[in-house]
Design a protein around this ligand. Sequence first.
Ligand SMILES: [Zn+2]
Length: 290
Amino acid sequence: MRRQQIRRRRVLFGAIGVVVVIAAAILLLTRGGSDDPATTPTVAEQPDTPSTTKKPERGGAQPDDSWKPHTGPVPILMYHVIGPAAGSEDYPGLFLDTDDFQAQVDWLAQNGYTAVTLIQVQNAWYDGGTLPPKPIVLSFDDGYLGQYLYATPILEKQGWGGQLNLKSEGSDLSSKQVKKMHRAGWEIASHTITHPDLTTLDATGLEHELVGSKQELERDLGIEIVNFCYPAGRYDDTVAQAVEAAGYRGATTVNPGLAEKSMPFELNRIRIDRGDGADALAEKLAALDV
Ligand SMILES: [Zn+2]
């Protein structure tokens, strides 16, 4: 009786073994077939993912053969709200219609631009990394819902991410939405905890806003925060030095012009105003020779 059971078990395990081997062979064959580089997108290194966590697959522009070393200036566009402006809104100039944004993204793509993150720019500037032929950063301040609802899918369709400058005390966007944007290829940068005028703070207050916001965002989102954006563009030498001391790699201002490698904590941006369509964007870039 016992021997019979053992024999049956051997037969059973033998059969399972054969099935497993066949399944593994099929799996290998199928995977081998899809390894054609022309059809399979490569999962490139994600520079803005902390090395301690498992690297997830993320969206956004990925290096290919057309990317080259680049240490020259890069345009950073500055957006606020994407979507319809409410009639009672205090700052209607901060709103950009979704259609205008779509037209701008289409124009950029048609004219050879590729949206990258500031982290990718810094990797090219300082670490020998590469950038596409016409790199551009699309930055969005303050975390408005339209940046998630409208800007994210429009950029995602193009294979691009933006840069989201976020207060750590919270915004219109939930952590879940911000994490989704990060997965879609966006860089998340700190915009302090409470959005104060940093030039009015003492050293303790300054450190709290700069170091505290970085820590809070990193804890909440589980990603590394590399860059900073001055609230309302307010900064002076003391503030800029404190941003560097807090461990950031760069900081964006509202000063007009192109971002330069030599001024990491005073990165210029190009303001996009209400009513700006593709033509206005083209004129603003042409005026800066990019
Ligand atoms: Zn702001």
